[in-house]
Design a protein around this ligand. Structure first.
Ligand code: PLP
Length: 429
């Protein structure tokens, strides 16, 4: 074993090798060992590592201009990227605010929602409703609306006590119901939470269309997205779609909310947009929110030094262009079906009682059997470590409420042969 560094959670008790280079779906350490990236690193590297088209766009931008300040100059890559995001986005989202990460994006969405109500003379609407078992980022505001107990714990005493609705999960229904009997109790629970807080006090409801890091790729139950959009409309609550993980093709559609053609009022992007190249995120808003802020105080106070810088924008514009030209969301849908079948077959062949769920190439393997008598004792940490030994990178997910799931989410560019190799290594793990 060569030189190692301990940079990941100590509870995994694994010494991590030093990354040296990466290409396509593979990373290599400084000893030349190859690892199959079964989780797109942090579910970010959607167009593969070292994608020549993205690298060429970054190099070309390096030769022209890498930075200018957004209050002094507009820049072409940022304008091109914004126009393309608006073209692809669901509903009437017409204005883009760039950020430098997903957390900054959800933070910006929360602040824009609060400012909107202030500008239209309803400052008492200042609560943001979120859900149990959710993750929206690491900044204080984003963490305040996250239902991720492990991440909240170190700062728990400092976080405001905001209303949270129960999670929506057909695999482990928080109400103990089946799909035949539920009639979407999880959506009514969102309405109950809004009513309990007093609808006149609620600024926004924030949700991930497919719950990522906190739950382990839990898709919204059928009908849920439509139902909560309708509930938000009924109570004049802004709907924030956190598509940091799901946005731009990951779920086999351009956006997670496209599963039910829902139009959110604000939509946040991050990982899928940077695709692991240069840090960037965005929040998209509709014309009504933009106009209220623009015609009101005229400033959103969200600009950061590096927001909309031409280098990161050129990189993200190349990512989006690649996704469009190769119809990557549709490819992700097909590859997701193949991967889901492959993983389910491995579990069935070994008699392991575990669910495979998710959307597109955002899959979760839930390791907690529904029948306690069939408990195989495998934890997410142990499976992640075993996969690592097989040179397969997967991602442990879950919180105290849903403790035993791993996310399998390779780059959207993965080939069928690489998918088969992933399944083989998973089986070995
Ligand atoms: N929102 C969601 C749904 C995420 O999955 C994440 C990251 O895991 C974030 C927000 C935070 O993004 P970042 O880590 O880029 O700040």
């Amino acid at each position: 074993m060569g030189e190692t560094s301990r940079v990941l959670p100590p509870d995994l008790r694994v010494e991590y090798p030093r990354a040296a280079r990466a290409a396509g779906c593979y990373l290599y350490d400084d000893q030349g060992r190859e690892y199959l990236d079964g989780c797109s690193s942090a579910i970010a590297v959607n167009v593969g590592h070292g994608n020549p088209e993205i690298l060429d766009a970054i190099r070309a931008q390096l030769d022209t201009i890498t930075y200018c300040y957004r209050t002094q100059f507009a820049n072409e890559p940022a304008e091109r990227l914004a126009a393309e995001l608006v073209r692809l986005a669901p509903g009437d989202l017409s204005h883009v605010q760039f950020t430098n990460s997903g957390s900054e994006g959800t933070e910006a969405a929360i602040r824009l929602a609060l400012q909107y109500w202030q500008e239209v003379g309803r400052p008492e609407r200042r609560l943001v409703v979120s859900r149990d078992v959710s993750y929206h980022g690491a900044t204080l505001g984003a963490l305040a609306v996250s239902g991720h107990e492990a991440r909240r714990r170190p700062l728990a005493a400092l976080l405001p006590d905001l209303p949270r609705a129960p999670r929506a999960d057909c695999h482990r229904c928080p109400f103990g119901l089946t799909r035949d009997t539920c009639a979407l109790d999880c959506a009514s629970a969102v309405e109950q939470t809004i009513l309990a807080a007093g609808p006149g006090n609620v600024a926004a409801f924030i949700m991930e269309p497919v719950v990522g890091a906190a739950g382990g790729a839990v898709p919204a139950p059928p009908g849920y997205l439509t139902a909560v959009a309708e509930i938000c409309r009924r109570h004049d609550v802004l709907l924030i779609a956190d598509e940091v993980m799901t946005g731009l093709g990951r779920t086999g559609r351009w956006f997670g909310v496209d599963a039910e053609s829902v139009a959110p009022d604000l939509l946040v992007l991050g990982k899928g947009m940077s695709a692991g190249y240069l840090p960037i995120g965005a929040v998209l808003v509709d014309a009504r929110i933009h106009a209220a802020i623009h015609d009101g105080s005229g400033t959103s106070a969200l600009g950061h030094t590096y927001s909309a810088n031409p280098l990161a924008a050129a990189s993200a514009a190349a990512v989006v262009d690649f996704l469009v030209r190769y119809d990557v969301p549709a490819r992700a849908a097909r590859a997701g079906d193949r991967l889901r079948r492959g993983l389910a077959a491995v579990l069935a062949a070994r008699g392991v009682a575990a669910d495979v769920r998710g959307a597109g190439l955002l899959l979760g393997v839930d390791l907690t059997p529904h029948d306690p008598d069939r408990d195989h004792g495998v934890t997410a940490a142990a499976l992640t470590a075993a996969a690592f030994e097989e040179r397969l990178l997967i991602y442990p997910a879950g919180t105290d409420a849903v403790p035993r799931a791993v996310i399998v989410a390779p780059p959207l560019t993965i080939t069928d042969a690489e998918l088969d190799q992933l399944v083989d290594r998973f089986a070995a793990a």
